[in-house]
Design a protein around this ligand. Structure first.
Ligand SMILES: NC(=O)C1=CN([C@@H]2O[C@H](COP(=O)(O)OP(=O)(O)OC[C@H]3O[C@@H](n4cnc5c(N)ncnc54)[C@H](O)[C@@H]3O)[C@@H](O)[C@H]2O)[C@@H](O)CC1
Ligand SMILES: [K+]
Length: 498
């Protein structure tokens, strides 16, 4: 599991450690780690040309000390400073080691040092950065982006918000980010994560000072440890029965995809209930389903003991009868996943009663909105607000509805009123196509029915779903049906890694 901590927490931990150590020790540790990573990226060390982009704070200081270490190894190091101040001791150390320091001349002409560099180090701003990059920082960063050399970001790419991943203006796009002490949440969540490239963590000794993480990012081995493994005693009931209340005469495919997502993730039995034509279609594709024609207002297959979890909403409709069905499902005492039309029913004035129903539940509930649905659920923000500050809005919804929330999109995040948020590392932009959410709801529903706790089920389902998309066509476009072929590949890979 990878851990991330917010800026306030990092500063407190660093302060506690610094109080016990001689001045400058932490920065030297950071700079040594940074220099080591730079050396790994250089084709040859002696005679290589490295350009440092240096802002006025300690982030620039890290870059300057790392530059000094590189210069001592025979690298030609040039520092271009932006802003009114520069870290004096760092600049002196670089000069003493044979490097050069000068102010960035401005964007009017191409800087020949930048264009001739083998490696560019971004030390403009780190955790002290606020908002998009100002001038002359933005101009310098833009020139670096046009230069051919790879870019290494110091602590985080300058211009991304360390806590949220928000990019409010111009931001550096790094090939590698060398971060210190702990990851920053903005390195895990888009749009920031997309700017960070490969992230390397350098230990500077603050670990013992850090409290529990604010954000977690699981690794394959973590997923393997969370997935249920049916024992020798397993039978279909003990493995879990999932009820799927998805699809309608208008959207029959949603039922087929949700049932498929569940079956391909693994569950004892899927009970499908819906209109006759949908039942026929589900049975034609998945004959192993126990399917029954069901009036949405009846909830007879939710009697205690008959199902272990319910998925409700994908393609189901938003008529009053569908609201009654959702109400009845929320009345059950098993884990419930609400998606798509179920979320629409919960939104706005008319959805208040259903939202209260969610709040009153004692069994776990998971809402799986995309950004637009989450904006409607919250009521006072736009889809764009949600997209740029995904963690914050997922957490807000989790607190507001008192349940788990899985926010789909460029980075899938999972929030719960208690405990850290989780960020899913897998997936591809190609997943943004019709029906993929239906597959996800079935996959997560299967895990809920198998007895996996709600946050873990959401996380494992999202992980497998994202990995299925990556594996199935090796980067070619993926349809929702293709994901059903990818899920077994993803499961096999996770089990092999674990
Ligand atoms: N605090 C510590 O103990 C350690 C800090 N370290 C480094 O120090 C960094 C934090 O240093 P600072 O607190 O000095 O802050 P930064 O160096 O991250 O940024 C602060 C400076 O950037 C300017 N600035 C802020 N937003 C800007 C924007 N949008 N455009 C242009 N300029 C902007 C500020 O005016 C200020 O001069 C960390 O990210 C890390 O790289 C490391 O050396 C490890 C130890
Ligand atoms: K930086």
């Amino acid at each position: 599991m990878l851990y991330a901590h917010t800026v306030d927490v990092v500063r407190e931990a660093e302060g506690a450690l610094m109080a016990r150590l001689p001045e400058g020790v932490l920065m030297r540790r950071a700079a040594t780690g940074l220099a080591t990573e730079c050396i790994r990226l250089l084709p040859a060390v002696y005679g290589a040309r490295v350009v440092l982009m240096v802002g006025s704070g300690d982030n620039g200081g890290d870059a300057l000390y790392a530059g000094a270490a590189l210069a001592r190894r025979g690298v030609a190091v040039r520092a271009l400073t932006a802003g009114s101040r520069v870290h004096q001791e760092g600049a002196a150390a670089l000069r003493a080691a044979g490097g050069r320091v000068r102010a960035f001349a401005g964007s009017d002409a191409d800087d020949s040092d930048l264009f001739g560099a083998d490696l560019i180090v971004d030390g403009l701003v780190g955790i002290g950065g606020r908002g998009g990059l100002r001038e002359p920082h933005a101009g310098l960063a833009a020139q670096a982006a046009n230069a051919p050399a790879p870019v290494v970001a110091v602590d985080l790419p300058s211009g991304i918000d360390a806590d949220t991943g928000e990019v409010a203006g111009y931001a550096v796009r790094a090939d590698v980010t060398v971060t210190f002490g702990t990851h920053k949440p903005g390195l895990f969540v888009d749009p920031g994560a997309d700017r960070a490239g490969a992230v390397r963590l350098v230990d500077i000794g603050i670990g013992p000072e850090l409290p529990g993480a604010s954000v977690l990012r699981p690794q394959p081995v973590d997923i393997a440890g969370l997935l249920p493994t049916p024992g020798a005693e397993a039978d279909k009931y003990r493995r879990g029965v999932l009820a799927v209340r998805a699809g309608s005469d208008r959207f029959r495919g949603a039922a087929v995809l949700a049932v498929g997502g569940a079956l391909r993730t693994g569950v004892g039995m899927v009970r499908y209930g819906g209109p006759e034509r949908v039942v026929d279609q589900v049975l034609a594709r998945w004959p192993e389903t126990v399917a029954a024609v069901l009036d949405p207002r009846q909830s007879t297959d939710l009697e205690p003991g008959r199902v272990a979890a319910v998925v409700v909403g994908p393609g189901r409709g938003t008529d009053p009868g569908d609201a009654d069905e959702l109400d009845a499902v929320l009345d059950s005492d098993v884990p419930v996943l609400v998606d798509a039309d179920g979320l629409t029913l919960m939104s706005g004035e008319t959805g208040r009663d259903l939202a209260d129903r969610v709040r009153e539940r004692s069994a776990p509930t998971l809402l799986t909105p995309h950004a637009g649905e989450l904006a409607r659920l919250l009521g006072d923000v736009t889809r764009e607000d949600v997209e740029v500050r995904r963690l914050e809005h997922a957490r807000r919804a989790a607190r507001s509805f008192g349940c788990a929330v899985l926010l789909k999109g460029s980075t899938t995040v999972i929030a719960h009123p208690d405990g850290p948020s989780v960020v899913n590392p897998t997936g591809t932009p190609l997943l943004a196509s019709a029906g993929t959410g239906d597959v996800l709801s079935g996959a997560v529903g299967a895990l809920l029915a198998s007895g996996v706790p709600v946050v873990e089920a959401a996380l494992c389902g999202a992980y497998l779903h994202g990995r299925a998309a990556e594996l199935v066509h090796g980067g070619a476009p993926v349809s929702a049906s293709d994901l059903l072929h990818g899920l077994p590949l993803a499961l096999a890979e996770v089990r092999a890694d674990g």
